[in-house]
Design a protein around this ligand. Structure first.
Ligand code: DAH
Length: 343
């Protein structure tokens, strides 16, 4: 009697452990638990319940064996549950391997020349200059004549200018925006006009037939050269750094009198002389001057009442200086390896 009971328990134990080991998910495992340890009909539970009816002589042996089998099955169920939970949490292998690193999204950026233009406009905006703009196809009047540049003046030489038809040409500088603004508005005026300009120049390391300029103009009663120096000095310190020195060299432009070229101490060597500044310690960044009374007359301003200053700079050139770029053509080759350095 006792032998067959113990053998039956051993068979149940093996059966149950097999069923636990092969259960592939939590539901199957729960069914296995109910089958063997279920309170009502579980096979092991039934034996435990039947112990009471056993002969007291064999009851302790069978009872302790039945308890052991129940504990073994319970432990096996617990271990398998942990195992299945861990398996479920692990990412699937194969083509959808979620542990692979993500593919980086390509992030664009602003062109280095656009950055320079924005930065310059931001500085002048804080000094009270608003943005203005004018057309890229201009008439000779705006591009030359109103700017005190007769058409037979060397600066109006057709050699350097791209004509579209008749007296319409691609503007060779942003200075015509000065005229357009003054024609439409009365002083006080403080504008900054960024834009593209065009010249019949073959591209080389320092020339492009299309490049950017930024024009500045301030007109009011009592504006002097001191205002010009102060504003451009402030700009140079903010844009190139507080150590930067500024110098004004006498020059000539038809639309300003007096006129100056504005240099800043070399931003690469600080002024001691290097390849970037060709050993001079200085870098030319713009032309400037006091607005010529002839320009005021062309736009209908009273030159006795108003004075003003103007300046013009080339963001392409300034970007070359700022970043130490050896060839201006790099800006327009659309080589992402070059452009992404400025993000
Ligand atoms: N328009 C000049 C050029 O293209 C630059 C310039 C010089 C602009 C002096 C000005 C100025 O407003 O005052 O070379």
């Amino acid at each position: 009697m006792i032998e067959s009971l113990l053998k039956g328990l051993a068979v149940l134990e093996r059966e149950a452990l097999d069923a636990v080991a092969t259960a592939g998910d939590a539901d199957t495992l729960e069914q296995v638990r109910i089958l063997y340890l279920g309170r009502k009909d579980g096979k092991v539970s039934a034996i435990l319940r039947a112990l009471a009816e056993l002969d007291p002589e064999i009851r302790p042996r069978v009872g302790s064996e039945a308890n052991r089998v129940r504990d073994v099955i319970r432990d096996a169920l617990e271990r398998r549950t942990t195992e299945l939970t861990a398996l479920a949490g692990r990412p699937r292998e194969g083509p959808d391997d979620l542990t692979l690193p993500g593919r980086a999204r390509w992030v664009g950026g602003l062109h280095p020349v656009t950055r320079v233009i924005d930065e310059i406009c931001r500085i002048f905006a804080s000094l009270g200059f608003t943005r203005a703009r004018g057309p890229e196809a201009e008439t000779e009047w705006y591009n030359f004549v109103a700017l005190n540049t007769p058409l037979d003046h060397p600066a109006a030489d057709m050699q350097a200018t791209l004509y579209l038809s008749g007296n319409i040409l691609l503007r060779s500088h942003t200075s015509p925006v000065q005229v357009r603004v003054m024609e439409r508005h009365q002083p006080p005026i403080r504008i900054l006009a960024p834009g593209m300009v065009y010249r019949r120049d073959a591209p080389d390391a320092s020339h492009l037939p299309a490049f950017s300029q930024i024009e500045g103009l301030a007109v009011d009663g009592g504006v002097t050269f001191v205002d010009l120096k102060a504003v451009l000095g402030e700009f140079a310190h903010r844009f190139f750094g507080p150590e930067t020195r500024v110098r004004f060299r006498p020059s000539f432009f038809p639309f300003t009198e007096p006129s100056a070229e504005v240099d800043v101490s070399c931003i690469i060597c600080g002024g001691s002389g290097c390849a970037a500044c060709k050993g001079t310690g200085w870098m030319e960044i713009m032309g400037a001057g006091m607005v010529d009374p002839a320009v005021f007359e062309a736009v209908g301003y009273d030159p006795q009442r108003y004075t003003g200053y103007a300046f013009g700079m080339g963001p392409h050139r300034i970007a070359l200086l700022k970043y130490g770029i050896p060839d201006i053509r790099l800006f327009h080759e659309n080589d992402v390896r070059f452009l992404e350095q400025f993000r």
